[in-house]
Design a protein around this ligand. Structure first.
Ligand code: ATR
Length: 276
């Protein structure tokens, strides 16, 4: 039977994953397809049964099912256990379905060459921040700081992850010169207004790296602001591509090309943005 893969979520029509994976499958001469499936509220268990029954070889999971899918899988890999969220399901040779989380590692890979001694500030304390903190800890980073609008949520994240120090946004702003890498994870990035910046960047360190997990717009107001200080900026497209590339390699045993995909998706999103 021809292999097939999927992405499940709700909504799903906006997902760039089908384009990305179909392109990689063709580039690597793999006779398989990758389809988006919208799963209605309350239908997740049925959907998972259907995927298994219909011979799906593996699938991605997106909002709002990354946590809810866990009870329906046979095994959860460490990458997903600590975060409590799965974005990739792999079918094993003995027909078991294993949940992984490739978001955090994908994000770290999107930063390029970075040192684990770097001091990293994560802004936000939601699901995305949790995944990134977990992956940074796993990758040996030990100078982690989580700043959040609601301090208690930052504190909870650092306690749960047993990593990092919690800060208020004001504290982060005041000691900004201290950080080598600044990561914006709040949904504020999507709003196209300067007043939506979670912190001001006046005190930013020379040669800092500023990343935003949002990729639409390609240049968020936060990255726009960072560019005024001539620092390297990285948008969320690399994270999307690298998390997908890791999933693709789990399913197909091949690492697909991320650089070419970056150009393609940037064009799809109507920009000529280059991370710099
Ligand atoms: P995700 O799971 O995608 O990371 P989330 O769980 O909704 O998203 O997390 C939202 C994060 O963005 C939280 O840290 C939230 O701060 P609070 O804990 O104070 O709610 C943060 N956030 C949302 N809107 C914000 C805003 N206007 N300014 C600053 N932070 C904001």
């Amino acid at each position: 039977m021809k292999k097939w893969f999927a992405v499940i979520g709700n909504p799903i029509s906006h997902s760039l994953s089908p384009f990305m994976h179909e392109t990689w499958l063709q580039e690597n001469n793999i006779d398989a397809s990758y389809i988006p499936i919208q799963v209605e509220e309350g239908k997740l268990e049925d959907a998972v049964k259907g995927l298994k029954l219909l011979g799906c070889s593996g699938w991605n999971v997106t909002v709002p099912y990354k946590e809810a899918i866990i009870p329906f899988l046979d095994e959860i890999d460490d990458s997903a256990k600590g975060v409590g969220a799965v974005n990739t399901v792999v079918k094993t040779e003995d027909n078991r379905f294993v949940g992984y989380n490739t978001d955090g590692l994908g994000f770290i890979q999107s930063l390029g060459e970075i040192q684990s001694e770097n001091r990293v500030l994560i802004i936000g304390a939601g699901g995305a921040a949790r995944g990134i903190v977990h992956a940074l800890k796993q990758s040996g980073f030990h100078h982690l700081y989580v700043a959040n609008r609601t301090y208690l949520n930052a504190e909870k994240l650092t306690l749960d992850a047993q990593a990092g120090q919690a800060l208020t946004l004001q504290e982060a702003e005041a000691k900004l010169g201290h950080f080598d890498i600044i990561i914006q994870t709040t949904p504020q990035g999507m709003k196209n207004q300067a007043e939506s910046l979670p912190i001001r960047l006046n005190n930013i360190k020379e040669h800092a790296i500023v990343a935003d997990i949002v990729y639409n717009p390609l240049v968020t107001p936060f990255l726009e602001e960072a560019r005024k200080y001539n620092v390297r900026t990285i948008n969320g497209l690399g994270m999307l591509i690298h998390q997908g590339a890791i999933a693709f390699s789990y399913w197909n045993g091949i690492n697909p090309s991320s650089d070419k995909m970056m150009e393609r998706l940037t064009m799809q999103l109507g920009g000529n943005y280059v991370n710099r």
